[in-house]
Design a protein around this ligand. Structure first.
Ligand code: ATP
Ligand code: MG
Length: 282
């Protein structure tokens, strides 16, 4: 085999180009190291120029990153559907996790950031939504529709699609007629996808570690959201007996997918990126 065809970008070069926003489906190959250096410089220059243009637009016009803009668009779309937004704490009691059956033996357990023995950073929004829903169901007639948008925390092995701190949208509707639940999940997913500006998505049956059988919202092999429905085995622990549907979406996943960002870190909370643009480009 011709050795020249084995010359690709070094791992450091490939990382740098990806950080800057350049993604290659297939690794490029070069005949000589000199040609590789020339190509690297050219791609890097182009990406830096693109980043500076985007930051200039940010300063002159846009003013806010995609993440808060998406939060706002989603809140508008869901309140138009009759949902009410709730804001609950990011630090939650251990007993809430236990009520979700997330104990030592559970797959999610090792991903939890403990704050002290009896508190943790929430790995999901569902426990707080259960708690709020239980009270609202005693006050409002069904359907009771609420949603939260906020940070969740999971210890992850830091791939291109996972953050330790990410932003979840979780919506839940209590009192959905039993025979309309699957259709309602599709309708509500469509509301969220429209607000997020994603046209190309599909549904997939999944086996969730918390909820058992669920329907996921996906684009290709990227999971955008996971739905679930009840009555569910978890419900009695929260004192609730109503049919329901719920879906949780990762906002950074939505933005990454819509904007074709090569890594999720560029669109999440960051000190190294502003709205997808790497900041070490002076
Ligand atoms: P995955 O299998 O991709 O790790 P999950 O099934 O564990 O995701 P869920 O518990 O279903 O995730 O959470 C709902 C949504 O939150 C996911 O569909 C995804 O969009 C998003 N999400 C979950 N974990 C992360 C993470 N670590 N970083 C960014 N987004 C995440
Ligand atoms: Mg899931």
């Amino acid at each position: 085999m011709n050795q020249a065809q084995n010359i690709t970008f070094t791992p450091a070069q490939a990382d740098r180009l990806r950080e800057l926003g350049q993604d290659f489906d297939e690794p490029l190959t070069f005949d000589t190291a000199a040609l590789r250096e020339t190509a690297y410089k050219k791609f890097e220059r182009e990406q830096i120029a693109r980043g500076k243009r985007r930051l200039a637009t940010m300063k002159a016009e846009k003013g806010r990153p995609a993440l808060p803009q998406l939060q706002e668009a989603l809140a508008r779309a869901l309140t138009a559907e009759g949902f009410v937004q709730v804001m609950t704490p990011t630090i939650i009691p251990r007993k809430f996790l236990e009520r979700m059956t997330i104990d030592d033996a559970h797959a999610l357990h090792s991903q939890v950031f403990w704050v002290d023995h009896n508190k943790c950073l929430r790995p999901m929004l569902a426990p707080n939504l259960y708690e709020v829903s239980k009270n609202l169901l005693g006050i409002w007639k069904t359907p009771v529709q609420i949603f939260e948008i906020g940070s969740c925390f999971r210890k992850e092995s830091q791939g291109r699609r996972h953050l330790n701190e990410f932003t979840m949208l979780n919506l839940v509707e209590w009192g959905t007629p039993m025979d309309e639940r699957d259709e309602r999940i599709r309708q509500l997913a469509a509301v969220v996808m429209k607000a997020a500006g994603i046209e190309d998505y599909s549904f997939e049956q999944e086996d969730s570690v918390v909820y058992g059988d669920t329907i996921d919202v996906v684009q290709g092999d990227v999971e955008l959201g996971s739905s679930s429905k009840g009555p569910h085995a978890l419900d009695p622990a929260w004192g609730i007996m109503e049919p329901w549907v719920g879906i949780g979406f990762g906002l950074e996943r939505l933005i990454m997918t819509r904007d074709k960002a090569p890594n999720i870190h560029s669109v999440g909370r960051s000190v190294s990126y502003l709205d997808g643009v790497r900041l070490n480009i002076k």
